[in-house]
Design a protein around this ligand. Structure first.
Ligand SMILES: [Zn+2]
Length: 333
């Protein structure tokens, strides 16, 4: 699936040479920040949240994608690029959405930096276009309009879905990898990190158990998303079926009449009680489907990003996912 990111790669590369010329005047990257703490930079919310659970206040942790921002329109600022180049531990997803990172990491003269890519921690799944979903053909035409002048040549390759954290079991694998990297970087605090990790993993296992319990006792097996669908890992983990308007990282927001009609038919035909939408969505498509089918809507949290309000209120991957347990119970019964 294509993303918004290609258009940015060129701009990022152009600013890099200037930035690193500035940086190279400084001494080589220090292993710890000025305050003696390990510095961690995460591209998006899930890994940021995992890192803060493991490291607590013993590390400086930054998230590049600001709360409330659309995950697929992120552009690194010069400050972000310098932050990445100087950090001790860099946490990314590792997918195509972050292809702008390749040039940043290559140019960063920081041999001590550790990188944990979420997609390297789990078994990845190929992206898929589900029945009724806005078709790929349409998708590609749409994108060529904006990135036709960039001459990147690998567009038709199989691509893996990036939203690996949506399965709590994958979250555990990512958490363990972050813990391992932190313990190697900062052995003095290893016991603290490991204790936090063990506690957190136990909570994630409890969450996984709650999902399994709800699904085992539910009437149906189908989720309908009148929205993008970045939850492939979630439904595969729990053996659920789904229909959605768009794939996970789709750029479109206007589904075809055929897609909407298909989703309305499924909701009516299977008497699906709730049409779902994801965080930071305008939920217009879900509203339209629910209205036509005479049912209601609810938000299912993917944790791709978090709203500014939820972030300020201290919501976490765990709290947002726990809210999904109740939504799931409602949507499946
Ligand atoms: Zn995405």
């Amino acid at each position: 699936m294509k993303h918004y990111f290609f258009v940015k790669t060129l701009a990022v590369m152009l600013t890099l040479s200037m930035l690193f010329a500035m940086l190279s005047g400084c001494a080589g990257a220090a292993s710890k920040a000025d305050d003696g703490k390990i510095s961690i930079v995460a591209t998006i919310f899930p890994q940021y949240d995992f890192a803060r659970r493991i490291a607590g206040d013993r590390a400086d942790i930054k998230m590049l994608l600001k709360p409330g921002m659309e995950a697929h329109s992120y552009e690194p600022s010069p400050k972000d690029i310098i932050g990445i180049a100087k950090c001790d531990l860099f946490l990314n997803v590792g997918g195509e959405s972050e292809s702008w990172l390749d040039s940043v990491l290559e140019s960063a003269d920081n041999p001590g930096m550790k990188v944990v890519s979420a997609m390297d921690c789990v078994e990845v799944i190929e992206e898929e276009t589900a029945e009724g979903m806005q078709s790929r053909e349409h998708h590609h035409e749409h994108e060529h309009e904006s990135d036709s002048d960039l001459h990147h040549g690998e567009e038709e390759e199989e691509e893996y879905d990036e939203h690996v954290w949506t399965s709590p079991m994958n979250a555990i694998a990512i958490v363990n990898a972050i813990n391992t990297a932190l313990c190697e970087l900062d052995p003095d605090n290893a016991e603290y990190y490991c204790n936090n990790t063990n506690e957190y993993v136990a909570e994630l296992l409890e969450l996984d158990h709650s999902f399994r319990e709800v699904i085992a006792g539910s009437e149906r097996n189908l989720l309908i998303f009148g929205d993008r669908f970045p939850l492939l890992y979630f439904v595969r983990e729990y053996g659920l079926d789904y229909c959605a308007a768009f794939p996970g990282c789709a750029a479109e927001t206007e589904p075809s009449a055929a897609t909407v009609a298909f989703l309305i038919d499924r909701v009516k035909g299977e008497k699906v009680p709730v049409v779902l939408y994801i965080e930071l969505s305008n939920h217009k498509v879900a509203d339209a489907i629910a209205e036509a089918a005479g049912t209601k809507t609810a938000q299912f949290n993917t944790c791709h990003n978090i709203s500014a309000k939820d972030f300020a209120a201290g919501e976490s991957y765990l709290s947002l996912m726990r809210a999904n347990v109740d939504i799931l119970r409602e949507a499946l019964n």
